[in-house]
Structure formats: structure tokens, C-alpha cells
Unconditional design. Structure first.
Lengths: 322, 190
């Protein structure tokens, strides 16, 4: 056993030097665009309610507190308070997420643009990624167009049975998919995402108009074919998910309803249920300006910039050595 | 038997899948930012050798397989079974032709092989990487022709047929790589 080297970083020092310049470049990008860096709590009395994201629980002064899974709630409260365009660059934590592209503690960049919608922000995300990664090719597809292209099915209209049949055609599973979203997640993550660079040339792919059932905190509107879609987008490079953005929900009542629906899902699926951020609902009720926001995984961005295959090549001390 | 959860899956772990013992080759955690978490797992079926790719929900678990690799000495073949012995305990195991498979053509008495036991019975046999065997049949040697690099087939004492240089004769012993059936050289005289 070569346990004696476990004190060492897993990442080559050159990649860690590249991280330092990347962080400086990110701050310069936003400074030049008059977007202000904000700090928000990493340790909070409120947890995420996202059905598929688990907060890490800490003990703070004898009561539970939670490590932030994203800076979203803090930044939105600042937006409602009138801060204007702002961003966060720092750590976020997600329980149980570890693997080639995941570490439970990771670096997240999240920014908000007041008065913009998802399509306007997608342009800026494309500019940002082109600039950092020196890639000029940017393609955008609707979620529907992508599914039609790869598996010849309309993800908004197909029945559960039709989706299951497509999944069975392209994947071998140890379980029966429970619902439409599970089928869509499987097809997206296992089949479409890895093959997104159709021409073989590395490009930035932006995908928009997600299923309404996967809206998270995005507005839901009807698309040109009349299907309800989430005004949410994702950015991918080299078959890797990098960023997730919304034309943000500003309706407090709808926000409250989604928090409650998320909690219900978590109860029904035997997941931990923690207090949700009711102060976000209060902030929206007080009036958050219309805005678009996006969160981006900085470690993955660095993987692309360094040509790394695994996230532990760009993090000094991933969880096994932290 | 113990159960292993997807987050414990790693290369070499032996688990049961669809009633067959398997060895995990690779385990990839796949999770869309806003979606469900899966593990995309590659497993080798130890009975058939076939590699499967299967997706699990993160947190699912599989039963461990009672599979272990043991170094054993090959004793003899009685016409139906191949007999092996554990060198320390002298415990003997018999393996049928299905378990021995292609390894049969490399098995020389007293060589140390790896016998994979499943529930205590031989499931597979891996011969040593390098074996020393006698040539029992080949065309007559061509003396002095060592530079040309031509080859001819030679049958070895265990039945394996390998390509050897033209100058080798019946009765000579040679060293062979069992993974590639490649001739490595004349065995050194003891």
C-alpha cells in the first residue's frame, strides 16, 4: 500500500495554478461588466428543498444548520433588497455527490442579471465560456429539438410508456423507471449529453425550454407548440453539464407552492425533510425585480481548461483526502 | 451475505447480479444538476466472461458474491476433472472442463495457477502468465537460420499450438506467454 502519499494533493500543481488564474479571470469578467461580488451565508438555518439535492447538516450552537447547496436564496434576498446585478464565487456543498465529476464540496459561480430573461442570459453564458475556454462554436437547441434529434421523441408529449420503450432501447437498467422525469433524466444524462458534440468538434451547447415538471425555480410558460415549458437552460461542453440558468420565478405564491410540493416529494420518497427558506417567499412578496440567473460549476470549467478527465485532477484535496 | 450500496461499488468488488457472480469493472456516478442520481456500472460476469453495462439508482444495493481467488498447484487430469491443491492446507479441489476453459491447454503438473472459487467450488482457472513447456511436434528445424524471423507452428506437451522460430526442434523446452500465446524464448537449462 502506498498510503504514505495521502497527504499530497491529488491535483497537479500546474492545475492548481490554473485555478488561481481562472478565479482572477472570472472576477475580472464581472468587474468589467459592473456585476458585484457578494458573500452570502454558507451556513444557514434553512436547507434546500430541491427533490434531488441533499444538504449537509451541521451542528451550530446546539441547533441544526445546513451547508448551502447554492448561494441562490441569499443572492435573491439581496436582489429583492435592491442590490442589482451581482454574483457569488465560492463553495457550495451537496451531500452524497462524489465521483469522476462530483465532489461534495465544490466551487460554484452564480450570477444574476436584473431585467434580463433566460435567452439574454444564455448569450452572456456563451460569451463567458467562449472567453474562458477559447471556444468559438456555440449551438443552442430546445430540449424538445434535442430529444427529437437523438431519440426521435417529443419529451413534452410522449407518454410514460413511450418513454420507457425508448429507455429500454438504449439502456440496460436494474430498475423500472418510476415516472416521465426519471426516463427523461436517464436519456439526457446517459444518451444525449455524452453525444452532444455532434460534429466531433468541441463546442458550447445551450439547451433551453426544459419540461415544466423540471422547472425548479424557473418561470413556466407555453412554448410555440402550446406545451408548458420551464424557462430554464443548461450549458454543456464536451458532453459535460456546466451551468443551469433560469428566467427567475418572482411570484411568491407560486414559490411557496413549489417549496411545499418539493417537501411533499421528499416525504413520499423517504428523503430528509428540513426547513425551507420562507424568507425567500417573503422577499418575493416584497418584490424581487424580474431577472435571470445562472449557476456554473467552476471545478468542471477548470477540468475543461486543463484537459482533466476527473474532478480530483483539479481539486487539491477532494473528500477522500479532505 | 453482505450487501454493497452503489457508493461502495469499486473495481474488483464481487457481487451477485441476475443470479450470477460478477466482478465490478467500473462505477460512474451520473447526476444531472437538477435531476436524479444514477450509477452507471460495468460488470464482468464471472461465469461467461461477458461485460455488462447496467444503470442503477444511486443507493440501490447488490448482494456480495462469495468469490475468491486462490493460488493452487495443478495436480492432474483424471479424464473428467482437473485436480488442484492449495499448497498450504493441501486441500484439493476438482474443476470441470467448463471452469477450466481455455486454460486447459496451458496446464502443466505442479504449476501454480489462480483458481477462482465461487461458493467454494472452482468457477474459473487462470494459468500462470508464463509457462515452460516441451515441444512435442513441429517441422524439422532449420539450423543457422536465426535472423530471418520466419515462424512455424509447434505443438506443446499440453496440447497448445504456438508459433515458434524455424530453428527449434522437437524435445526442446520453451517459455510462452499464456495471455497472448506468444513465444518468449528457449527455456534456460537448469
Amino acid at each position: 500500500m502506498s498510503d504514505i502519499s495521502l497527504w499530497q494533493p491529488t491535483a497537479p500543481l500546474d492545475n492548481l495554478r490554473r485555478r488561481a488564474t481562472l478565479l482572477a479571470d472570472i472576477r475580472r469578467f464581472f468587474s468589467e461588466r459592473q456585476v458585484l461580488e457578494m458573500e452570502v451565508p454558507i451556513l444557514s438555518r434553512r436547507a434546500t428543498s430541491d427533490p434531488h439535492i441533499d444538504s449537509i447538516t451541521a451542528d451550530c450552537s446546539g441547533a441544526p444548520a445546513f451547508l448551502a447547496t447554492s448561494p441562490e436564496f441569499g443572492l435573491k434576498r439581496l436582489l429583492a433588497a435592491g442590490m442589482g446585478d451581482c454574483y457569488y464565487l465560492g463553495k457550495a456543498f451537496r451531500n452524497g455527490e462524489a465521483g469522476g465529476r462530483h465532489n461534495p464540496e465544490f466551487t460554484m459561480l452564480e450570477w444574476y442579471r436584473v431585467g434580463w430573461d433566460d435567452h439574454r442570459l444564455m448569450i452572456e453564458v456563451g460569451e463567458f465560456l467562449s472567453w474562458v475556454l477559447n471556444i468559438s462554436r456555440v449551438c443552442s437547441y430546445s430540449y424538445r429539438a434535442l430529444f427529437l434529434k437523438f431519440v426521435d421523441i417529443d419529451p413534452h408529449r410522449a407518454s410514460l410508456e413511450e418513454l420507457k420503450a425508448v429507455v429500454a432501447r438504449v439502456l440496460e437498467l436494474s430498475f423500472e423507471p418510476a415516472d416521465r422525469d426519471e426516463c427523461l433524466d436517464l436519456l439526457m444524462s446517459h444518451h444525449i449529453e455524452p453525444n452532444m458534440d455532434l460534429s466531433g468538434e468541441r463546442g458550447i451547447t445551450l439547451v433551453y425550454d426544459f419540461p415544466a415538471s423540471q422547472a425548479a425555480l424557473a418561470r413556466v410558460e407555453h412554448d410555440e407548440l402550446g406545451a408548458p415549458v420551464a424557462r430554464r437552460f443548461e450549458a454543456y461542453v464536451a458532453g459535460m453539464e456546466l451551468a443551469n440558468g433560469y428566467w427567475e420565478l418572482t411570484d411568491a405564491t407560486e414559490q411557496q407552492r413549489r417549496f411545499e410540493a418539493d417537501q411533499k416529494y421528499r416525504v413520499e420518497h423517504g428523503k430528509s425533510v428540513n426547513p425551507y427558506e420562507e424568507r425567500l417567499v417573503e422577499a418575493l412578496a416584497a418584490g424581487m425585480p424580474a431577472c435571470a440567473g445562472v449557476a456554473l460549476g467552476v471545478d468542471r470549467l477548470l477540468m475543461l481548461a486543463c484537459g482533466a478527465e476527473r474532478i480530483d485532477e483539479v481539486i487539491a484535496f477532494p473528500i477522500e483526502r479532505a | 451475505m453482505a450487501n454493497y450500496s452503489t457508493n461502495e461499488f469499486k473495481g474488483g468488488l464481487k457481487v451477485m447480479l441476475d443470479g450470477d457472480p460478477c466482478s465490478i469493472v467500473d462505477n460512474e456516478f451520473v447526476k444531472p444538476g437538477k435531476g436524479q442520481a444514477f450509477n452507471r456500472v460495468k460488470l464482468r460476469n464471472l461465469k461467461t466472461g461477458r461485460v455488462w453495462e447496467r444503470t442503477f439508482r444511486s443507493g440501490e444495493s447488490l448482494e456480495s458474491a462469495d468469490v475468491m481467488d486462490r493460488d493452487m498447484e495443478y495436480l492432474y487430469n483424471d479424464g473428467e476433472f482437473f485436480h488442484f491443491m492449495e499448497p498450504e492446507t493441501f486441500e484439493q479441489h476438482q474443476a470441470d472442463a467448463k471452469a477450466v476453459g481455455d486454460a486447459a491447454k496451458w496446464l502443466k503438473e505442479q504449476d501454480i495457477c489462480v483458481v477462482t472459487l465461487y461458493n467454494g467450488s472452482p468457477l474459473a482457472v487462470t494459468p500462470p502468465n508464463h509457462v515452460i513447456l516441451e515441444i512435442t511436434d513441429t517441422d524439422p528445424g532449420v539450423r543457422g537460420d536465426t535472423a530471418q524471423g520466419g515462424t512455424k507452428p509447434a505443438t506443446l506437451s499440453t496440447g497448445a499450438v504456438v508459433k515458434v522460430p524455424l530453428f527449434l526442434e522437437i524435445g526442446e523446452t520453451i517459455k510462452v506467454d499464456t495471455r497472448t500465446a506468444e513465444y518468449l524464448g528457449r527455456a534456460k537449462e537448469d
